[in-house]
Ligand binder design. Structure first.
Ligand code: FO1
Length: 324
């Protein structure tokens, strides 16, 4: 399809974690002129592993927008080979976090360039450009922020909880180590302060581990709440279940009612509109902000693009209400 004509000309900023958020980010990429999309990625599940700097959400978004993501796994590259992992296993190395050969190249080159003094933003701009991504892909910060998952027994580094322990431990809270000293991406603060933004879309990512680490970076929350463009969040839960990953499990363990109302409440001071699934229509009145009911389960590419267009139309309708 041709990119949608832009009634309220301007750029769209999508805030996203990994796999779930990347689906809508791709929909927006296809629905808009690609250069008008900025995707802001969570980097708090980055970690140092096997001597490498791994940026899972950035890479998931980059591969997805480049059309080279692994559709079965949701993370990593398509047509991947696993020689490195096999050889590492033979040597008794750590194999719980699987890095395909192509994906390994991304992490090796990123690590080398970081050690040479380049920033994560500079490296990501270059990688994304080389892979043919025409949207802007921005890490939330060039400083290290690391999600720590508090569980009944112990505090775990994020990937240890998520991949090594398969999200099994019951969570009691989260800590974003380093967030207090992290500086937000300067171009993010500039974009949010400009009047060239059409909308901000909080993708259907996990609020606890994907969106809230971004909001924990000093200055991001304030810039978002004073931003002139409408801020829309899309629910990551439908009918009491997460679209992807452990959002519902975490809500249960934290004693939060699983549903769009609780998600909207977490963003209430930031959002101008909320998108929930048709199945959850009964919760609409309790969202506390103007809402749109849509089909938010994205199975196909067409689903992603359709939802993106609906979200943009909803944002434009809120914008014209504010202006006029
Ligand atoms: N997720 C897994 O469940 N198992 C893995 O072995 C794994 C490896 C991996 C390698 C590179 C990468 O970019 C992502 C990878 N992921 C893996 C996904 C990742 O742990 C999560 O999707 C995010 O951190 C949560 O958004």
């Amino acid at each position: 399809m041709t990119p949608e004509a832009c009634p309220a000309a301007g750029r769209v900023l999508a805030i996203s974690g990994g796999i779930g958020g990347a689906k809508l980010a791709l929909g927006l990429y296809r629905a808009l002129a690609p250069q008008s999309l900025i995707v802001l990625a969570n980097t708090a599940d980055d970690f140092e592993h096997l001597g490498l700097h791994i940026s899972p959400d950035l890479d998931t978004l980059m591969y997805t927008l480049a059309g080279i993501n692994n559709p079965e796994l949701g993370w990593g590259r398509d047509e991947e080979t696993w020689t490195f992992m096999r050889a590492l296993g033979e040597l008794g190395g750590e194999t719980w976090f699987r890095l395909g050969d192509g994906d390994l190249a991304t992490s090796i080159e990123r690590t080398r360039r970081l050690a040479g003094g380049e920033t994560l933003s500079e490296i990501t701009d270059d990688f994304a450009g080389r892979l043919g991504v025409r949207a802007q892909l921005w890490p939330m910060s060039d400083d290290a922020v690391r999600t720590r998952v508090e569980t009944a027994g112990q505090e775990l580094a994020f990937q240890h909880y998520f991949v090594r322990e398969r999200c099994a431990p019951a969570v009691t809270g989260f800590r974003f180590e380093g967030a207090e000293c992290a500086r937000p991406s300067p171009r993010l603060i500039r974009a949010l302060g400009s009047n060239g933004l059409r909308a901000v879309v909080i993708c259907p990512s996990n609020p606890f581990i994907s969106v809230e680490p971004i909001l924990a970076v000093p200055g991001v929350r304030a810039a978002l709440s004073s931003c002139a463009a409408p801020v829309i969040a899309v629910s990551p839960v439908v009918g009491g279940r997460a679209l992807k990953g452990p959002t519902d499990k975490m809500m249960r363990e934290l004693g939060i009612e699983i549903g769009p109302t609780a998600i909207a409440a977490r963003y209430r001071d930031l959002i101008d509109g909320f998108v929930l699934d048709l199945e959850d229509e009964a919760a609409r009145q309790r969202c506390g902000v103007p809402s749109l009911c849509a089909r938010i389960v994205m199975r196909t590419l067409a689903d992603r693009e359709r939802l993106a267009r609906e979200v943009l139309r909803f944002a434009d309708s809120l914008d014209s209400r504010t202006v006029g």
